[in-house]
Design a protein around this ligand. Structure first.
Ligand SMILES: NC(=O)c1ccc[n+]([C@@H]2O[C@H](COP(=O)([O-])OP(=O)(O)OC[C@H]3O[C@@H](n4cnc5c(N)ncnc54)[C@H](OP(=O)(O)O)[C@@H]3O)[C@@H](O)[C@H]2O)c1
Length: 319
């Protein structure tokens, strides 16, 4: 009895200590990732960072490219189309309507578009959302994941035949975010475990895009298609104002314009491929690190194969 009495508190103490230490380590790691990201972001991602790193931005349409805009809302898309045609004088700008949160819509858009049989030199995966509350699409997917990951994945895979027509110069540019610095790659794609946090889910999605870009670069290296992910910096856009109102307010006057945010996307579309690294992550016209120091995110990229298997199990994107 006596020995039991003395053993029990020891075991209890060990259990009691182990749990908080692990939680504390995870808490400190998360806090470090957030702090390192905040400091790095403040110095680089705002307007002052842009003015330091960049030169003049050039629009693709103003350079005479044929542009297909894929938008979910016909009216907003038509308004944007007419603004771009008027301001650039380029009539080769077209509107395609597709809701990227819907796998069925992505599939029907891409089969419609493939019938046009046009070559695609550059696919820009720009659409993205940050939904703060857990919303489920009519097809049953968590909304951030549906647009940022599944939509991006499906659109890219389904456009490969049209990109192949432009080899060896074809490229895919995926607009990720510096927010991904705060998240390792996780197989919990739809934030099914733990309390939902939209900002964290967005960061996780953006990390998936960076890891997918590495994966695609290897998968399609013999097809003459290059893949780049990038961070536009912190730009003043309707998305930031709606999804991150306090961030938007605190950085008032310091955020980049949309044109400044688009600068590296256009640069990646126009640079000779030999000067770029397929699979790389870019920021302000230069390759940037995918991992902040001591953030312990690097090793997590090994999970990409099982993530791709999951994406394929959600939907068959084979052509
Ligand atoms: N702004 C920043 O500071 C910042 C920082 C890092 C990364 N990014 C990334 O940059 C990209 C653009 O973001 P933004 O700031 O310009 O955001 P935004 O103002 O919200 O624009 C996002 C665009 O995506 C479209 N979109 C959203 N859901 C869609 C869907 N289901 N189907 C088709 N289109 C859809 C929106 O269409 P509607 O016009 O119909 O709403 C809008 O045109 C995103 O990938 C974002 O993650 C932005």
């Amino acid at each position: 009895m006596q020995s039991t009495a003395t053993t029990k508190p020891t075991i209890a103490l060990r259990i009691h200590l182990r749990i908080p230490l692990e939680s504390l380590a995870m808490f400190l790691l998360k806090a470090w990732r957030q702090t390192a990201f905040g400091v790095y972001g403040y110095l680089n991602f705002t307007k002052s960072g842009f003015l330091e790193h960049s030169k003049t931005a050039h629009g693709l349409a103003s350079r005479g490219a044929t542009v297909y805009m894929v938008c979910r809302n016909k009216e907003r898309g038509e308004a944007a189309l007419s603004r771009i045609q008027t301001s650039t004088g380029n009539q080769n700008v077209h509107l395609e309507v597709c809701d990227l949160s819907s796998v069925n819509d992505v599939k029907s858009f891409s089969s419609r578009f493939r019938e046009k049989d046009v070559p695609v030199h550059v696919l820009v995966n720009n659409a993205g959302v940050l939904e703060n509350t857990r919303t489920i699409t009519s097809e049953g997917y968590e909304m951030n994941f549906a647009v940022n990951v599944l939509g991006t994945y499906g659109m890219t895979e389904l456009m490969v035949p049209l990109l192949e027509k432009c080899q060896p110069d074809a490229r895919v540019i995926t607009v990720s975010s510096g927010g991904m610095y705060t998240a390792p790659l996780t197989t919990d794609l739809q934030f099914s475990s733990g309390e939902f946090n939209g900002v964290e889910q967005y960061a996780r999605n953006k990390r998936v895009q960076v890891a997918l870009t590495e994966k695609w670069a290897k998968k399609y290296s013999d097809k003459g298609i290059a893949f780049y992910s990038m961070h536009p910096g912190w730009a003043e856009t309707p998305g930031v104002a709606n999804s991150l109102p306090s961030f938007s307010k605190s950085f008032e006057g310091k955020l980049r314009t949309s044109e400044e945010g688009a600068d590296t996307i256009i640069w990646l579309a126009l640079q000779p491929k030999e000067k770029l690294v397929s699979g790389g992550f870019y920021f302000d016209r230069a390759e940037a690190t995918k991992h902040l120091a001591f953030a312990a995110t690097k090793g997590s990229h090994v999970a990409i194969d099982s993530i791709v298997d999951s994406l394929n199990s959600f939907c068959d994107f084979s052509r």
